[in-house]
Design a protein around this ligand. Structure first.
Ligand code: HSE
Length: 430
């Protein structure tokens, strides 16, 4: 390895600017660690004239990011985002031109990770994506390398900083959803379209990547059972707190009877558990392996600095000459996902509904639950109002998710029920 390690950066948004800052500010230590200088040769972004607070004057400005694929570079850093279009075209062309690629693009990985990992191997280069999952936590490296000795039973995490920030802030301050979401956007945590955060898609992208690494399967976003946090209200946050839980949007992948279950859903997590105390923009991932028990990795999961830190770590690895199959094993050995049906999953559930405060209403609700073999462990109705619906909260004994879902659909259809009931699994085993 001689000469500098030449990089081109596509996309100078929040993360791209962070990468430039780290490469400039930490140039000497990066050179020591990589064994050679990391040199930004070219950058590309939409608006050349925009003031980004960084000096790009010594870099070649490339108007069309696609041109980076044909330049004399060791690595193309793709920070454009999105599963298709320019990002996909640039990554594909760069790998075909025998350039390493580093990206933070979880959507690209979740949808095309298998094909792109294979393409990289075919051209003897590496497709790296540490920044795509859990920002500054080196969770890709941890699962792919640090835990390589283990058969993994489950991966479970808080993978979206924006949602964790919203849920923590709503609980601590009593502010409403939209207000806190706006703040998360202002802080640079949220996706360009924050519906991806609060709808759970961003978590599902990340979960599909982690499940691929953990279980040797092709990333399979389409088989993530997906629910976001939009249906939650301050009433749910209050009930959860009273019961000794925190509400967390969890991404969970686990082996059950030789099949893999992938779920993204808001869950009740004990406040004193490893994930229950993880607040604000922090992410956390718990991995259960057969020889390592259940290590938990915690850190900042979104924002310019931690995400850029992960991007630069990938660049340093490549400059050192480290090449590992992108998805832990050669792409042609990855299996198709054999998925476990979420309806068969057994657990305790929280159900909150808003119902008329009239005689017979709870009898109707409990008849539906009885008919679906769902038994109630606890029921709370605090408010009293003859004129408008009041919240009623139930905790069930262990039940199949399919039975809970069918019951809740029938409860929602009752004339006495206003709006959509909120259902959350209780995760006591974290
Ligand atoms: N919008 C993402 C989050 C950014 O909030 O976690 C990091 O992927």
């Amino acid at each position: 390895m001689t000469g500098s390690f030449r990089i081109g950066i596509a996309g100078l948004g929040t993360v791209g600017v962070g990468v430039v800052r780290i490469v400039q500010d930490n140039a000497a230590l990066l050179a020591d660690r990589a064994g050679r200088a990391i040199e930004i040769v070219a950058v590309s972004s939409r608006d050349k004239s925009k003031d980004r607070g960084i000096d790009c004057s010594t870099y070649q400005w490339v108007d069309s990011a696609q041109d980076l694929a044909g330049m004399d570079l060791d690595v193309v850093v793709e920070l454009i985002g999105g599963p298709e279009g320019l990002a996909h075209d640039l990554v594909t062309a760069s790998l075909k031109n025998k350039k390493h690629v580093v990206t933070a693009n979880k959507a690209l990985l979740a949808h095309h990770g298998y094909a792109l990992a294979g393409l990289a191997e075919q051209h003897n280069v590496t497709f790296s994506y540490e920044a795509a999952v859990a920002g500054g936590i080196p969770i890709i490296k941890a699962i792919r390398e640090g835990l390589a000795a283990n058969e993994i039973q489950s991966v479970c995490g808080i993978l979206n900083g924006t949602c964790n920030y919203i849920l923590s802030n709503m609980r601590e301050t009593g502010r409403d959803f939209a207000d806190v979401l706006q703040e998360a956007q202002d802080l640079g945590y949220a996706e360009a379209d924050p519906a991806f955060d609060v709808g759970g898609t961003d978590t599902a992208h990340k979960l599909a990547i982690l499940a691929s690494l953990a279980f040797g399967i092709k990333p399979s976003f389409d088989h993530v059972h997906l629910r976001g946090i939009r249906a939650l209200t301050s009433v749910d946050i209050t009930f959860a707190t009273e019961l000794g839980y925190r509400i967390k949007l969890l991404g969970m992948a686990q082996q059950i009877d030789g099949q893999i279950l992938q779920i993204v859903a808001p869950c009740l997590v004990p406040v004193d558990s490893a994930l229950g105390g993880v607040e604000d923009v922090l992410n956390a991932v718990q991995v259960k392996g057969d020889f390592v028990d259940a290590p938990v990795f915690i850190g900042r999961g979104a924002g310019q600095e931690p995400t850029a830190s992960a991007v630069v770590a990938d660049i340093v690895d490549l400059a050192r000459g480290i090449q590992i199959p992108s998805l832990a094993i050669p792409a042609n050995k990855l299996k198709d996902l054999d998925f476990f049906d979420v309806n068969q999953r057994v657990g305790r559930y929280y159900i909150r509904m808003n119902v008329s405060d009239k005689p017979g209403v709870l009898a109707d609700v409990s008849a539906i639950l009885r008919d679906h073999n769902v038994s109630i462990e606890e029921l709370i109705q605090r408010a009293r109002d003859a004129d408008k619906p009041v919240p009623v909260m139930m905790i069930t004994h262990e039940a199949k998710y399919g039975d809970i879902a069918k019951s809740v659909a029938l409860i929602e259809a009752l004339e006495s029920c206003a709006g959509k009931p909120c259902v959350m699994r209780i995760e006591d085993a974290l």
